[in-house]
Write a protein that binds this ligand. Structure first.
Ligand SMILES: [Zn+2]
Length: 277
């Protein structure tokens, strides 16, 4: 068997760029990519970029095994002029369930309403969820801005866009997204960082802080963590506590529950705020 030649250096990067920094499928948001040889390697034994394309592992699988993506279609995708995407986009799928809960620290928020806001700190910092369908479809929404007013995270009914930035680290896998600010000062007011260093040292470490983390735990159940900033207050949600920080307070107020059984149930009119600061 002929030894497989290596691709030229930079060839993969160039193909990923050509595809817009993500899977070349215009209907796919995955930015984890692999290089596919449209003209099969075993026949041509060449790495010719004109016949190669960056696709994600799931689309790659369709090319090889389901016949759902033809060579003709791949050449069409290659021909789409693209600029590199500035945002990381995707979808958080939450398996349907009759049980719908948001775990925050050692408490959980549930609702019998169609829509519920877990918190709305301002127009730019909020987390809300909606129950759709026959009451078993869970759709999460949120928006988070940095101190300059620029969006870090936008999520609408499970579809998200996160700003791609050298000061922001994004970890995403199906069922989980975490956004980390590598320069906490751009996201958290200075007084917060001082208080956090003293009272919640794990939260801001080496000027790095978790801005937002959403993980699907079970069908219909998600865990929310992060730091959510308003003008005069910050809500910090960790694995075991919810902290309320205000500049006039000496330290944070910590809300501790007894685990998932401690429930904050939102009821009454359509939209309610669990933690209105
Ligand atoms: Zn794809």
């Amino acid at each position: 068997m002929a030894k497989r030649l290596k691709m030229k250096s930079g060839q993969k990067e160039q193909l990923v760029q050509e595809a817009g920094g993500k899977c070349a499928n215009p209907g796919c948001s995955n930015w984890r990519t692999q290089i596919h040889h449209i003209q099969h390697w075993s026949v041509y034994k060449a790495h010719d970029s004109n016949h190669m394309i960056a696709v994600c592992p799931a689309c790659h699988d369709h090319i090889h095994y389901t016949g759902g993506i033809t060579d003709e279609l791949l050449y069409k995708w290659k021909g789409i002029p693209r600029t590199n995407h500035r945002d990381v986009e995707g979808y958080i799928y939450i398996e349907p369930s009759a049980e719908i809960r948001v775990l925050t620290g050692t408490m959980c928020v549930s609702t019998s309403n169609a829509e519920a806001a877990v918190f709305t700190l301002s127009n730019s910092n909020k987390f809300a969820f909606k129950i759709s369908g026959d009451g078993d479809i869970f759709l999460a929404s949120c928006s988070i801005k940095d101190l300059s007013g620029a969006y870090l995270v936008r999520m609408f009914d499970g579809y998200f866009k996160v700003k791609r930035d050298e000061a922001v680290q994004i970890n995403h896998r199906p069922g989980k997204i975490r956004v980390t600010a590598l320069d906490a000062k751009r996201y958290l007011p200075a007084w917060t960082i001082t208080t956090m260093r003293r009272a919640i040292p794990d939260f801001v470490r080496n000027n790095i802080t978790t801005v937002f983390e959403l993980e699907v735990i079970r069908p219909g159940v998600v865990r929310l963590q992060g730091a959510f900033v308003a003008n005069d207050a910050v809500l910090a949600i960790t694995l075991d506590k919810i902290y309320v920080l205000r500049p006039e307070l000496n330290g944070p107020i910590a809300l501790v529950g007894g685990g998932e059984r401690t429930e904050i149930r939102l009821s009454g009119p359509v939209t309610r705020i669990a933690f209105g600061l």
